[in-house]
Design a protein around this ligand. Structure first.
Ligand SMILES: O=C(O)CCC(=O)C(=O)O
Ligand SMILES: [Fe+2]
Length: 281
């Protein structure tokens, strides 16, 4: 069975991008340092213990999930600053607009923003999640040869991911498929990675949560970097505690959406179409 490629945290950006270009995803070993993973595990576990089971098939009746992760832990900050992830987002989300602008000497380059944060804890007995594209939430089109990607996502392993415990099922290369082709179950392969590693994958890749046939839960933290002119999947402005957002570093505030994408998202301030970050100050 083919496997997803695993690269180290120091692998050059070009290599990370080339593997994602070919397979739609790549595993990065030691995505963040050990102290960050330990801190995340402690903070997230505490909240998972108070979280109920999923209420529908997609969420999973033996799966616990919660969002608004910035409300629950500061250890998510180094995760959203990981340089290989930013390089991939710049290439796949902003790259097409940048290249168009270079060619024509005009055009707007959109930002990318954190569009979703979710802790997903798959328990023993949970079955397979249906294979899907996460950019399906916008009914995002995939014409042949499309270049403009909507999402560059991460699944960080808070516990190890195995074939037995529900490691995310991925259909390599499916980011290049058009909207007609459907994935077959046997085309999906499991994400096998150690605690602290992360799967980076494009929003156009067919994937789904795996079946947990082990005797312990599989915990992942997933975060999407999304094209700035799309509506964020998770409403950050309403779900995050503004006192906590005020305490975050400015680059993270902007990444959460307290900034403009080209001209979109302004607040009027004395006749100026200003960045919403002004209202946080
Ligand atoms: O938990 C996983 O491995 C993937 C879950 C997923 O793809 C989703 O809920 O959209
Ligand atoms: Fe998904």
């Amino acid at each position: 069975m083919p496997e997803l490629v695993t690269l180290g945290p120091d692998a050059p950006f070009e290599e990370v991008i080339a593997v994602i270009e070919r397979d739609g995803g790549v595993i990065i070993r030691d995505f963040v340092d050990e102290a960050t993973i330990e801190g995340l595990e402690a903070d997230l576990r505490a909240h998972l213990d108070e979280t109920d089971w999923g209420k529908d098939d997609f969420s999973g009746g033996r799966t616990r999930r919660f969002g608004a992760v910035f409300n629950h832990t500061k250890h998510v900050i180094p995760v959203v600053r990981q340089p290989q992830w930013h390089a991939a987002a710049q290439h796949f989300i902003q790259g097409p607009s940048l290249r168009k602008k270079e060619l024509r000497g005009q055009g707007q380059v959109p930002s990318y923003r954190i569009g979703v944060t979710q802790v997903i804890d798959i328990h023993p007995g949970q079955g397979l999640q249906v294979l899907h594209r996460d950019d399906g939430l916008w009914d995002y089109p995939h014409p042949e040869g499309y270049e403009q990607h909507a999402r560059m996502q991460v699944m960080l392993a808070i516990t190890e991911f195995t074939e037995e415990n529900g490691g995310t099922m991925v259909v390599p290369g499916s980011h290049r498929w058009d909207d007609e082709r459907r994935p077959l179950p046997e085309e999906a392969i499991p994400t096998v990675m150690a605690k602290g590693s992360a799967l980076l994958w494009l929003g156009g890749v067919y994937h789904g949560g795996g079946m947990n046939e082990s005797d312990s839960s599989r915990t992942g933290l997933t975060i999407g970097f999304d094209l700035g002119w799309l509506r964020q999947e998770e409403n950050m402005y309403l779900s995050l505690d503004h006192e906590i957002v005020r305490g975050l570093p400015e680059d993270v505030q902007k990444l959460l959406g307290w900034e403009l994408s080209s001209a979109a998202g302004f607040v009027m301030d004395d006749g100026e179409m200003a960045s919403p970050i002004r209202l946080l100050a």
